[in-house]
Design a protein around this ligand. Structure first.
Ligand SMILES: *Cc1c(COP(=O)(O)O)cnc(C)c1O
Length: 354
């Protein structure tokens, strides 16, 4: 593995933040950077100080949105610093890149680069329960050209941000979700399955609307009939029917969450039945009201698991029987203890940072 760090001695550039970390507010001293051009492919891979980058005002990503990203975390554990399924993120990044007609990256080399960067920034990985180092890879077009066609120049950055515990006291909090029946997030044949910047731009108006109505998150319905449940904000969604977990089947417009996939595996190993299927919002409402759905939770890297306590759809409101249910809690505790190293990883999900 080549050493990507440009300088020989690591300088401490910033004071570490004290107090509440929040999410995505602080950035570490160094970042990974690489460039792509048509003739050279990916090149210029290096670890450089974190600082503003300069690019042309005509950079294509600003105008036409060729920008994809990823999100994962590193945890400080008694066994050292651990990453959770990093190759899954870079594989998914390639799927997103392909959908936007952007050049793929080398998954193994990207994991290696990430390990070097995290090892260099080891002091930045926070160690309180629930805290982590959030990792944000991003690739965007930076060719200065206003014609509409795939760019022939791209930049790949990995930046790091120490983040706080989502649940400060470790107590899961139920959220209220608003079922959006006017706007949609993604459509069949579109870019819903890809982690692309534009999907988030498209979601903000509905998120603000839900916020004004007193709801925490938007639950998206399918973009064709606005009838079937897709996902929540930046999380996939699970419905608990006693001993069985149901989640919407991946259909091209749902983001294939790595937490979703891991929870499905974990739940089965704990003896739960799991089912991926198309599920309508009417069915969900009926099942919540009849008490067949006992718990609902969202899953995603940032929050891990977020229990849902209430859902609003048009003029109906349904209160979920168990606000923070026992299944939700068991999955949360088991999952987070694999991540923080207090439980053995029998799944092979953990990658150690040397
Ligand atoms: C990233 C993301 C998720 C969750 O994916 P994880 O890999 O579990 O973090 C879910 N939905 C959307 C729209 C996302 O962007």
């Amino acid at each position: 593995m080549t050493n990507l760090l440009e300088v020989q001695t690591r300088e401490v550039l910033q004071e570490k933040p004290s107090g509440v970390l929040g999410f995505g507010r602080y950035f570490t001293d160094y970042m990974y950077s690489a460039d792509y051009t048509e003739d050279k492919g990916w090149h210029n891979e290096k670890i450089v100080p974190y600082e503003p980058i300069s690019m042309s005002p005509a950079s294509q990503s600003i105008h036409y949105g060729q920008s994809v990203f990823e999100g994962l975390k590193a945890y400080k554990t008694s066994k050292g610093i651990q990453l959770f399924r990093p190759e899954e993120n870079f594989k998914r990044m390639n799927q997103s890149l392909s959908r936007l007609e952007m050049p793929n990256i080398d998954v193994e080399a990207s994991v290696d680069a990430l390990k070097q960067l995290v090892a260099l920034e080891a002091d930045w990985v926070p160690s309180e329960p629930g805290q982590a180092l959030y990792i944000r890879p991003v690739i965007f077009a930076n060719e200065p050209f206003l014609g509409v066609r795939p760019a022939n120049q791209y930049k790949f950055l990995i930046i790091l941000s120490p983040v706080g515990a989502y649940y400060g006291d470790g107590q899961l909090q139920p959220t209220k979700i608003y079922v959006e029946d006017e706007y949609v997030r993604a459509v069949r044949g579109g870019v819903g399955f890809a982690k692309v910047a534009g999907n988030y731009a498209a979601s903000l108006l509905a998120q603000s609307k839900a916020g004004k109505l007193g709801y925490d998150q938007v639950l998206w319905l399918d973009g064709v009939e606005q009838k079937y449940v897709e996902e929540v904000g930046s999380m996939n969604i699970f419905f608990v029917y006693g001993n069985k977990l149901v989640t919407p089947a991946l259909n091209g417009s749902i983001l294939p969450g790595i937490t979703r996939k891991s929870i499905l595996e974990l739940a089965q190993s704990l003896g739960y039945e799991v089912e991926e299927k198309r599920i309508s919002i009417e069915e969900v409402f009926g099942d919540v009201k009849a008490g067949r759905i006992t718990e609902i939770f969202g899953s995603g890297t940032a929050v891990v698991i977020s229990p849902v306590g209430e859902i609003k759809y048009k003029d109906q409101i349904a209160t979920v029987p168990e606000q923070v249910g026992s299944v939700t809690r068991e999955l949360y505790d088991t999952y987070t203890s694999i991540q923080n190293g207090t439980r053995d990883d029998v799944f092979g999900w953990i990658e150690k940072v040397e």
